[in-house]
Design a protein around this ligand. Structure first.
Ligand code: AP5
Ligand code: MG
Ligand code: ZN
Length: 215
């Protein structure tokens, strides 16, 4: 099964990705997680990506597309994957198709998680993140059992740098500018499903699952 998750910053892509990938046993590919891991390791890619991410901008397409191409060409992704945070504009969507065509593959389903702005801002304001292992929490909706420490590795939880309010507003603006052409593109292909995202994470997951049973 090959799935794409679309949605605004803080819409819940990472949260749904985790549930879907565990349930269907498919690998999760998050470009944001890849960049954050590279930033943590201070690799050349991480150093390059950091300035874009921390200012709320997109990392340039050539860098991002080549990471996705390299990732999808690894054999553990041959039978299925879930893309979270890619594509982010129509250029990336078309490049993704080209990468998949070469492998005689195609996307089965694209979900757009649709969440209102006030809920997005509440989700982002309460998000806490583990800089060590990347686990994500929410102080109200998904708190760590260990308070301000990570359940997985015990590290102190923190805010994501790009979750500062002024940066979030810039991220949202970029999203709102680039999402419509992607939505039209996948609608035309007949694989887009919009999901009401102003709901409990479990209910959103059940809703998504109901569309995946047919795939
Ligand atoms: P990325 O990490 O992908 O960030 P994003 O798209 O802005 O999305 P988020 O990760 O902030 O939110 P999410 O939708 O995953 O929500 P989550 O599940 O965490 O990208 C970061 C940056 O990397 C980009 O800005 C860009 O610079 C760069 N980048 C990445 N991909 C790129 C690309 N393709 N091209 C170029 N640049 C790229 O949920 C949020 C919070 O809400 C959590 O606390 C969660 O617990 C909570 N929550 C989730 N669902 C619910 C629910 N239903 N009810 C209540 N709380 C909920
Ligand atoms: Mg995410
Ligand atoms: Zn951790």
């Amino acid at each position: 099964m090959k799935i794409v998750l679309l949605g605004a910053p803080g819409a819940g892509k990472g949260t749904q990705a985790k549930l879907i990938c565990e349930y269907f046993n498919i690998p999760h590919i998050s470009t944001g997680d890849i960049f954050r891991a590279q930033i943590k390791e201070k690799t050349a890619l991480g150093i390059k990506a950091k300035e874009f991410i921390e200012s709320g901008n997109l990392v340039p397409d050539d860098i991002t597309v080549s990471i996705i191409k390299e990732t999808l060409n690894q054999k553990q992704y041959n039978d299925g994957f879930l893309l979270d945070g890619f594509p982010r504009n129509i250029y990336q969507a078309k490049k993704l198709d080209l990468i998949l065509v070469e492998k005689r593959q195609f996307i089965d389903k694209v979900f757009l998680i649709d969440v209102s702005k006030n809920i997005i801002l509440e989700r982002i304001a309460g998000r806490r993140f583990c800089g060590q292992c990347g686990a994500s929490y929410h102080i109200k909706f998904n708190p760590s059992k260990y308070g301000d420490k990570c359940e997985v590795c015990g590290s102190i939880l923190m805010h994501r740098y790009d979750d500062k309010e002024n940066i979030v507003l810039d991220r949202l603006e970029i999203y709102n500018k680039s999402i419509q052409p992607i939505v039209s593109y996948y609608k035309q292909l007949g694989i887009l499903q919009t999901i009401q995202g102003n709901a409990d994470a479990k209910d959103i997951f059940y809703n998504i699952c109901s569309f995946l049973k047919a795939v």
